[in-house]
Design a protein around this ligand. Sequence first.
Ligand code: PMP
Ligand code: GLN
Length: 385
Amino acid sequence: MPQFPNAIHSKLPLVGTTIFTVMSRLAAEHNAINLSQGFPDFNCDKALIELVNKYMKAGSNQYSPMAGAIALREIIAEKTENLYGTQYNPDSEITITSGATQAIYTAITAMIEEDDEVLIFEPAYDCYQPAIELNYGKTIYVQLKVPHYTIDWKEVKKLINHRTKMIIINTPHNPTGAVMTADDMRELEKITAGTGIIIISDEVYEHIIFDNRQHQSVARFPKLAERSFIISSFGKTFHATGWKVGYCIAPQNLMAEFRKVHQFLVFAVNTPMQLAIAEYLKEKENYLSLGNFYQKKRDYFNQLISQSKFTFDNSAGTYFQLLRYGSISNEKDSDYAIRLVKELGVASVPVSVFYHKAIDEKVLRFCFAKKEETLEKAAAILCKI
Ligand code: PMP
Ligand code: GLN
């Protein structure tokens, strides 16, 4: 028998199951109110479901074009130009993806080579780092500054060198609900000018932004847009996280590379949903009303919780609210979150999981994309602590 090397060598030895799966499972096991994983507990618009039905019945059930249904790409181009003032060509600069997760993985895979450095800001959404590692890139972590999770651009500048290939930003930001300002974007523009640095701008919460703030898409900044992949998701925008339909926008030279990967990763995304979303997007209110819709939920939850011992600053965007529990307990946030599920019946996400060094700031993330009655039940429990 020849000697074979051990066939299984993990490419991600330190990665376990995502916190969202872990917490949702724990919530189900303990019959707890689940404010952990980010998804609405109410249905998406019936009209949208009927549109999917219409297209299925009409026979739109075969492969869509590799880059996505053209009707959908066209209306995304129109929406992007109307909102952010930059024109993208639907033929060559927009691709429909299986959720934002696939778009992020695809953009990273298309760009990152061995030892390329990628800057990400922590606490960070959990899918960036594994995608970088799988492509043999190196993740460089920049910590957002508490209490408002802002970016220290001087620190960013110091970390940039000839190996820096990419910077990943996310605004509105998961898990903190922080929002980047126009000044932030101008700093990013200055720092990347004259470099070959590529940006991934994760804008899945572009429409979930509060208190009259304006979403600073990189598409508003031509010098950034020319080096950026912009990624969004209809899961967030249309309360349909289970449909896994999102998109990526980028200038033609970047998008050409993106599609080389996309065509072999998924080839194309499911057809009837793309066509339904394209038609549904014609009614602008369907996405423009989203900020108000979720602001009411945030205000409702925060008003209920104001009677509790938790402290917080209002979330500026996303459907997440951070709550600090330092005056209640000294436990590690992950232990405290587990105890909250098991003993009290409310599931949240400990923010330390979004740091590679598991920094514990005694903060938990709660998703308020829930019916009023769900928020009331959760708040009643949290207020008794
Ligand atoms: N980026 C961020 C910041 C997210 O919060 C999420 C999902 N919640 C995603 C990407 C992934 O989106 P999708 O479900 O469309 O893959
Ligand atoms: N983005 C969602 C969250 O932050 C969950 C996505 C997932 O479960 N993968 O909770």
